[in-house]
Design a binder for this molecule. Structure first.
Ligand SMILES: Cc1cc2nc3c(=O)[nH]c(=O)nc-3n(C[C@H](O)[C@H](O)[C@H](O)COP(=O)(O)O)c2cc1C
Length: 465
């Protein structure tokens, strides 16, 4: 069987993910393996059509395609996103049609499921039969169990492919009704004075985004920043030099860092505007987000209001919505809202944009930050544990920042958990204490909450008098 690996790490051959592939080559020598380093080759694939065509010829010859990549900012790296865009732009999707595919990701398990969903859906859009994703933690290959799971997964998939088994689909195809947004209603203006508001848009990417950006500009009196015009020469190279001092190897060679600091880090309100390309935004946006890794795992949207304005079929891509939610979600920022142009009515979109702008400003003035939900809360725990643990060696900046922000909130550090909880657990083993406890457990659970309500009521009564 001919297996083609499309390897997406910008580190090329010297990548953690690549070692998983090499391990498979040893386990399954009876199959023909061919690897193309699309991640490190992306610039030449963009420029030299012959090289791109040669890769497509390899795709045509293969029985199975393996997408192998590290998770970068909740998705595939920019380089893979761009490669997928090239397939569409150059009309090469036919090469993939009807082939079997699978994906291998390595990561620290922060939002690796959104990367998995993305590549799975893209494969189905390309007409492929998708056999699953092996979502490895970076170091799973170092453990016997990880090695067995990896080989076992592949053995069964190879069997599926050889026997031409039919695999279930998970995603509906996307329909993209297009229409022209032309603002019709008078603009309802909002005064942002005293706040730093950034409108970060990819104005090169078509759709209704330009019209939406113009409307927002008219509401807030703020000029959008077009990321396609910022000089960002390369995607993140994955070298992690930035872990020691937040300095990137590209600092001084292009305009990314200055633009990011000025427009994101220094802002109170950040509104992103973009067009959906395949099942994410444009690769220009992906490059922008990947390069923000220069600030490592810092909660970049801490205390900020964040909103998204999107042109495209967002309700058909819940995975993308989840990605948009997690940026403020894990950072303890506030997601004001996500507005898309799917309604198909200019009047409705006018009202949605005006209202979004007004809500961004009023929430920022009152510094409202809603509680984190499972994704944000759970995601932060993944970072907390990793940065306190092994990552501390490579990312000392993160470690210092997390200490300063008191993010190392391990439960065992709380005196209550260390002293009261074990004692109480012991006492609850005594039958008559447990009986009394259970009898009063409902009231006991709300005792402190009820006290807060009582105090609030008395304060309110006093102020009323
Ligand atoms: C720019 C960048 C973004 C990353 N984003 C994520 C992420 O969103 N989630 C995650 O779990 N790991 C993330 N990682 C960690 C990598 O996925 C992980 O280190 C991977 O194993 C590297 O594989 P490679 O050596 O094959 O490139 C990121 C690393 C970099 C450099």
């Amino acid at each position: 069987m001919k297996i083609l690996v499309l390897h997406g790490s910008p580190k090329g051959d010297i990548s953690v993910t690549m070692q998983y592939i090499k391990y498979l080559e040893v386990c399954f020598p009876e199959h023909e393996w061919n690897t193309v380093l699309v991640g490190s080759m992306i610039r030449s694939l963009e420029k030299e059509h012959d090289r791109f065509d040669a890769v497509m010829e390899d795709v045509v010859k293969a029985d199975m395609i393996v997408w192998s990549f590290p998770v970068y900012h909740l998705l595939v790296p920019y380089q893979v996103k761009r490669f997928i865009e090239l397939i569409g732009e150059r009309g090469a999707a036919g090469a993939f049609n009807g082939k079997y595919a699978m994906a291998l990701t390595t990561s620290i398990h922060f939002m690796d499921h959104t990367a998995r969903n993305y590549i799975h859906a893209v494969c189905e859009d390309l007409g492929m039969q998708f056999g699953g994703t092996f979502s490895a933690e970076m170091n799973d290959l170092l453990k016997k169990r990880g090695q067995m799971a990896w080989c076992g997964f592949m053995k069964h998939l190879i069997d599926d492919v050889m026997k031409k088994r039919v695999l279930p689909k998970a995603f509906l195809p996307i329909s993209k009704p297009s229409w022209n947004y032309i603002p019709v209603s008078p603009v309802s203006k909002t005064d942002p004075s005293g706040l730093k508001v950034s409108l970060i848009a990819d104005l090169s990417s078509g759709g209704n985004v330009r019209g939406m950006a113009d409307r927002l500009k008219a509401c807030l009196g703020i000029e959008p920043i077009d990321i396609s015009r910022i000089d960002i020469q390369n995607g993140c190279s994955g070298c992690c030099h930035c872990g020691f001092d937040n300095c990137c190897i590209y600092d001084g060679t292009d305009g990314f860092k200055e633009a990011f600091v000025k427009n994101v880090m220094e802002a109170d309100v950040v509104i992103f505007l973009g067009t959906i390309h395949d099942r994410y935004l444009s690769s220009a946006f992906k490059k922008f987000f990947d390069r923000s890794f220069v600030f490592n795992h810092a909660p970049l949207y801490w205390g900020k209001q964040v909103a998204w304005l999107v042109s495209g079929p967002l309700t058909q891509i819940p995975n993308l919505r989840q990605i948009m939610e997690i940026y403020p979600g894990f950072s303890r920022g506030n997601l004001v809202g996500i507005v898309s142009d799917e309604g198909g009515s200019s009047q409705e979109l006018d009202a949605l944009i005006d209202s979004l702008a007004a809500r961004c400003i009023s929430l920022a003035r009152d510094k409202i930050i809603l509680p984190q939900d499972f994704l944000g809360f759970g995601g932060m725990k993944v970072f907390r544990d990793s940065i306190w643990g092994e990552l501390r060696m490579v990312f000392p900046q993160d470690y210092r920042l997390y200490r300063r922000l008191k993010l190392f909130d391990f439960p065992q550090k709380k005196i209550f958990n260390r002293i009261v909880v074990p004692l109480a657990s012991l006492m609850l083993k005594i039958p008559f204490i447990r009986k009394a406890f259970l009898k009063n457990s409902k009231r006991g659970m709300i005792m402190s909450h009820a006290a807060v309500v009582k105090k609030a009521r008395s304060v309110q009564e006093q102020t009323a008098v």
